[in-house]
Design a protein around this ligand. Structure first.
Ligand code: ASP
Ligand code: MG
Length: 407
């Protein structure tokens, strides 16, 4: 018999009526002949509501107590869902993370799963029960309750699937899959039938709206077939995230992502000598600012070079101030900064075996007269930084140029 792990998100269990609908779906699925482990989130809005409560009572809430608080959200939904299943005549039992030994490290609020004891779950499955496990939570080796970070129920589901060697992990959510690009920008965006783990990780900005990226890392590591599908429609197919070898018709380009949170900083006219990149970037990383793209140009004039990088817009002011002082220290000519830029990326494993993809991309942007300010490439991704006013145009013209609107 197939063993399937299903996860239902906050919206899918957002009301009693929805919980009953989910229970009915689970019952029907089980009657189709599968063993089922179900992991759920808290009812939508609950986790955020509790975070607010905590902040009203303690300026900087204790991380340990925060985890004790937040895990109650999932404890409510596992019990209610099990009751709803029992009411339908479907035998079910609920467990918290601690009860099934979801052992994590001790980093409250962003713990990582170390191991899961599948014994208890297996015994209940063998008794014919649906096993309902609280998402997002675990316990550390000292018995403290932990949580896995916002959206962490996805990771619970994948970890359960890995530990139980399940045939598939299905993430039921309020969207029906992963799209070739943001449908709000390009209405012709198409739902992908399948995508590789690697591409999905590179498409974090598209994917993270659908599932916690850490769950994809986990799925990739343990080779768990992961399916994202809608809990709102009947017989959904969704998008399968799987091994590259399992993908039937591999497109050259799978998707186009964008990131609006970029800001660009450049140091103009720095002496071109050893240690410059280090001297520019170390104060930035010491301030805990993450740097994304980095470009150093070939010496423009005798002995001088330009050095540019991007940071998250939230860090823009801080990074700018740091760079001003670096500019003085290194006797560079000037700091130039721009927080009105975005990053647009083309992702696809087909790039590895097809030459000229970058050229084709730049050609499509040129046709629209869009100036490329920075370029970065990896084996399966090409990213450009452009003026934010061209975001929509760039996404649409690339989507069109690579035929992503066609099946
Ligand atoms: N309830 C948690 C959150 O809202 C975990 C989850 O839903 O995945 O982040
Ligand atoms: Mg979620």
């Amino acid at each position: 018999m197939a063993l399937i792990v299903q996860k239902y998100g906050g919206t899918s269990v957002g009301s009693l009526a929805r919980i009953q609908t989910v229970a009915q779906k689970i019952k029907t699925f089980k009657e189709g002949g599968a063993q089922l482990v179900v992991s759920v989130s808290a009812m939508s809005g609950e986790t955020s509501r509790m975070i607010k409560l905590a902040k009203e009572i303690q300026d900087v809430p204790s991380l340990r107590e925060m985890d004790v608080l937040l895990t109650t959200g999932e404890q409510v939904t596992i019990a209610l869902l099990s009751m709803a299943l029992q009411q339908l005549g479907c035998d079910a039992i609920s467990y918290t993370g601690a009860q099934v030994q979801i052992i994590t490290d001790s980093k409250h609020g962003k713990a990582r799963i170390k191991s899961i004891d599948g014994h208890r779950i297996r015994s209940r499955l063998d008794e014919g029960k649906v096993v309902v496990v609280a998402g997002f939570q675990g316990i550390d080796e000292f018995g403290h309750i932990t949580t896995l970070g916002r959206g962490g129920s996805d990771t619970t589901a994948v970890a359960l699937a890995a530990a139980l060697n399940a045939d598939e992990c299905q993430i039921y959510t309020d969207v029906d899959g992963v799209y070739t690009t943001d449908p709000n920008i390009e209405p012709k965006a198409r739902k992908m039938r399948s995508v590789s783990y690697e591409e999905m990780l590179e498409m974090a900005s598209l994917g993270s709206k659908v599932l916690q990226i850490r769950s994809v890392e986990f799925a990739s590591k343990y080779q768990v077939p992961l399916r994202v599908l809608s809990s709102m429609i009947d017989k959904p197919i969704g998008t399968l995230i799987t091994r590259e070898e399992n993908i039937m018709e591999q497109a050259i380009i799978s998707g186009i992502t964008h990131n609006k949170d970029e800001a660009k900083l450049s140091l103009i006219g720095v002496p071109d000598k050893p240690g410059i990149a280090y001297k520019i970037l170390s104060p930035i990383s010491e301030a805990n600012i993450e740097v994304d793209m980095i470009v150093q140009s070939v010496s423009a004039r005798e002995g001088l070079t330009n050095f540019a990088f991007t940071v998250h817009r939230n860090d823009f002011n801080k990074a700018q101030a740091i760079l001003q002082s670096t500019c003085k220290k290194l006797s560079a000519i000037a700091v130039q900064s721009d927080d009105k830029v975005v990053k647009v990326s083309l992702v696809g494993i087909g790039m590895r075996s097809h030459a000229g993809i970058a050229t084709q991309m730049f050609g499509a942007l040129d046709k629209e007269n869009i100036n490329i300010q920075m370029i970065a490439t990896s084996e399966i991704k090409i990213s450009v930084v452009i003026d934010e006013k061209y975001l929509e145009l760039a996404v649409r013209s690339l989507h069109n140029a690579f035929g992503l609107d066609k099946e």
